[in-house]
Write a protein that binds this ligand. Structure first.
Ligand code: ZN
Length: 234
């Protein structure tokens, strides 16, 4: 199983992070065991917290394995021994870090979360701890691309109504019968809008439907596996 990440982040003390490729085992939404994947990727012993993802915009802070998994699509932590993770199979995983402040976050941004602006909510949650947005770095991970992601015209209308055509226009490509959407450029723009420096935002990895190393619901249907993206502190 492959692991992608940001090379420069390897120099951040205690930080461990990665965008893993697909777990080929059947996915168990009520409590998938990621320990073997984490062991294979240098994260042994880390408690990884994965929320119940609901395609919303709620961001929760965690300091250890919670008694009940929070219902959220973004998780934030600054605790040693804890990582936060998101599980995807076409949606956009985003990892955030404020290296001088030892705060990290993982965000699940599908089209609904992107429409709702979840990365902006995650940046706001970090700012709520007293950290300026300009201190944050972001990595936008493997997700379905504009090559493959056909959506209903109502999705395009919803984005244009909320953000304006200038903001989202080039993320859509006209096609019959339905347009294509590339979510990652919108997520990047939202992060810039929230105050991140453009050079602090990286896009990592391929289109999940094009590359068989990744789970893709659009390619494999409901039986597609999932991939884990995580970030935390040893
Ligand atoms: Zn593709």
């Amino acid at each position: 199983m492959a692991r992608l990440g940001v090379g420069e982040w390897a120099a951040i003390p205690h930080l461990v992070h990665g965008f893993l490729s697909r777990d080929t085992r059947p996915y168990h939404p009520e409590g998938h065991d990621w320990s073997s994947e984490l062991e294979a990727h240098d994260a042994t012993g880390l408690a990884v917290v994965v929320a119940r993802q609901v395609h919303g915009t709620r961001v929760e802070s965690v300091s250890g394995p919670p008694a009940a998994r929070p219902e959220a699509d973004g998780l934030l932590t600054s605790a040693r021994g804890v990582a936060v993770g998101v599980v995807t199979a076409d949606c956009v995983p985003v990892l955030l870090v404020a290296r001088r402040h030892r705060v990290a976050a993982a965000v699940h941004s599908g089209w609904r979360g992107t429409l709702g602006g979840i990365v902006g909510e995650a940046v706001a949650a970090v700012r709520g701890t007293g950290i300026a947005a300009g201190e944050l770095e972001a990595a936008i991970g493997p997700a379905i691309g504009g090559c493959c992601y056909q959506i209903g015209p109502e999705v395009r209308v919803a984005f244009e109504e909320r953000y304006g055509r200038a903001f989202v226009g080039d993320a859509f490509r006209d096609a019959a019968p339905r347009p294509y959407l590339d979510l990652r450029p919108i997520v990047r723009r939202q992060l810039e809008d929230a105050g991140l420096r453009p050079q602090a935002i990286r896009t990592v990895g391929p289109c999940t439907k094009c590359d068989a190393a990744y789970a893709s619901v659009r390619r494999d249907g409901p039986r597609a596996g999932r991939q884990l993206s995580f970030i935390g502190w040893r």
